[in-house]
Write a protein that binds this ligand. Sequence first.
Ligand code: HAM
Length: 422
Amino acid sequence: MSGFRAPRGTQDILPEEQPLWHYVRKKAEEICCNYGYGRIDTPVFEATGLFTRGVGQETDIVEKEMYTFNDRSGGSFTLRPEGTAPVCRAYIEHGMNSLPQPVRLYYLAPAFRYERPQAGRMRQHHQFGFEVIGDGSALVDAEVIRLAWRFFELLGLSRLSIVLNSIGCRQCRPVYLEKLKSFYEKNTDKLCPDCRVRLEKNPLRLLDCKQDKCQPLAMEAPGSVKHLCPDCLSHFELLEKYLAIAGIDYQISHRLVRGLDYYTRTVFEVLPEDKGSQSTLGGGGRYDGLIQEIGGRPAPAMGFAAGIERIILNLNRQGISVPALPRPDVLLAYTDGETRDEALAVSEGLGSSGIGSVLGREGSSLKSQLRQANNLGMKLAVIIGSDELREGRAVVRDLQKGTQETVSRKDLGLVLTASLNI
Ligand code: HAM
């Protein structure tokens, strides 16, 4: 084995794991098409400023998790740590504000964060995300939550729950933050060292501190929903009404604040039953100030992203089996150089009629080619020996039944189509 390994916190996705990945991506694409979302792919790296401005200077992502590098021209770039800011950058860059609003976009893309790796927490992970840009109504918030929920249902996952909160807007949040700060300032001795720093820099984040020491205080802390301005409150009440109509259950938690700075009003997460800190399947919310923050004309927006690795972890935990990927059912076996050339030509001919096949391994005996066919789980072997070559025939062997028949090579396509029920 070479001394090289995949970098810590990254993984190879091997062929046997691909059916699960294919299943998740296919369901994501299927549901996004049904809800009217168009796919967008943005570059793997962006100008660093997009994230420092967009995600927020005081967030964990910007402070300690970005993969940032200078290229040869000296520009500073960062591997995408999340998908929302790049999608907003593309919305601005391509003048999507002149399209009928809102614009609905989705993505399936890797994201990079320098985190301490553990189950469900990777340095390279993959996100399925979707964003609705250009509509500030609570109906859109409900749409995004519905789409997230229906996606998990479509995957067959159960025993999940939605946690919801509203963290207000530029008008009401400062007033709330003052309340929160004064509550915590009376209790600094009960805070972990990180939270004492957060109290100055980003008091909202005190609410989702994972340290045992900070839990009791966070439970008692004032909640943002009780301090919303009339507009934010009526937005939240409308959202609750729409979710009730859609039949979607949720719990409100004043401790849900999310780790990115761009959120306004609605924030939500989807959690599995086992609610460890690395278990959140997906999260999102409204971010009405982000487009303007990164240089666009103001446009309200709302979105969600889920981690594919965590989805797969839960599919496995819940024992959900997924369809196998298509693979060839036919091995073409031959006995010498001439018959090998014919087998190659036959494989091409079958391929153009939609029948996939694999050639036996060069230099191996007929017996070992048939063993190879069994090991690969093939249904049929087509054998071309020198007699068959001369007579324009082939032997079709049913590897499961152990029977075989000799057929004319020109009828081979029809015979295989019938045997394989294609
Ligand atoms: P996020 O909560 O940072 O939100 O990430 C979304 C999801 O990606 C998480 O819920 C989790 O499933 C997965 N995830 C995040 N970090 C890791 C990691 N290190 N390893 C494995 N999975 C991870 C965002 O990124 C926002 N852009 C979501 C959003 C879209 N908000 C509005 N629109």
